[in-house]
Design a protein. Structure first.
Length: 223
């Protein structure tokens, strides 16, 4: 009789444990269903706070793009001269120079760049013989740039009368310096050097492509 009571008690305890386990599972599921919206709301709130405290920058480009200039450059710059020229400029010199005169000495540093404008080449200026020789009527070399280096150019001395300051004198001296620097480069043969350098450069370039030789002449269509 006691053993039957013991078995009965054990069965009841097992049943109670199963019921408790089921109730616990149901409670956990219910709690999750209740707390899930709260957690989602909290996450959303955190994201909103982050958006305020750590905002992502917004880039708004102007829809209008202005292209000022597009150029295809075909200039073969082959020679550059850097020169120095001393220019003396003066105005209103004479008996009243001490009163109205203005005189300065400019040490001018400038650069002259020369080369060949390959955009002037046409199909008629290039021919290839059956033995692999290339004939090119090359445009004449020309000066591309004449410019003073403002950082290195300076007034060495200036002597001005009592009321004789001429504001335009330095500008006129710099313009004259550019002209004299160009003249000096031309007298030294910058165009001949630029022509020779252009031919040498193009000869190496063309023979590297597999041609046997290059013969140059001066284009008759180039003034």
């Amino acid at each position: 009789m006691e053993s039957k009571n013991s078995l009965l008690n054990t069965g009841i305890l097992a049943l109670i444990l199963v019921v408790v386990l089921i109730i616990g599972i149901l409670l956990v599921a219910s709690v999750r269903r209740i707390t899930a919206p709260i957690e989602e709301a909290g996450q959303s709130l955190r994201e909103q706070v982050a958006a305020i405290t750590q905002p992502t920058p917004t880039i708004i480009p102007d829809p209008v793009t202005i292209i000022h200039e597009v150029r295809s450059l075909s200039r073969l710059e082959t020679t550059s001269y850097t020169l120095e020229k001393i220019i003396t400029a003066e105005s209103r010199q004479g008996a009243f120079g001490f009163l109205f005169g203005d005189r300065l000495i400019l040490v001018a540093h400038g650069q002259v760049i020369a080369g060949v404008d390959l955009s002037k080449l046409t199909e008629n200026d290039i021919a290839v013989s059956q033995d692999g020789k290339v004939f090119i009527a090359l445009p004449r070399a020309e000066v591309f740039v004449t410019v003073l280096n403002n950082e290195q150019s300076y007034i060495f001395d200036r002597d001005t009368g009592v009321i004789g300051l001429n504001p335009a004198l330095e500008t006129e001296a710099r313009q004259a310096a550019e002209e004299h620097i160009l003249e000096a480069a031309l007298e030294d043969g910058i165009l001949d050097t630029a022509q020779t350098n252009a031919e040498t450069y193009l000869r190496h370039l063309i023979t590297a492509l597999g041609f046997d030789d290059v013969v140059f002449s001066t284009s008759t269509g180039d003034s």
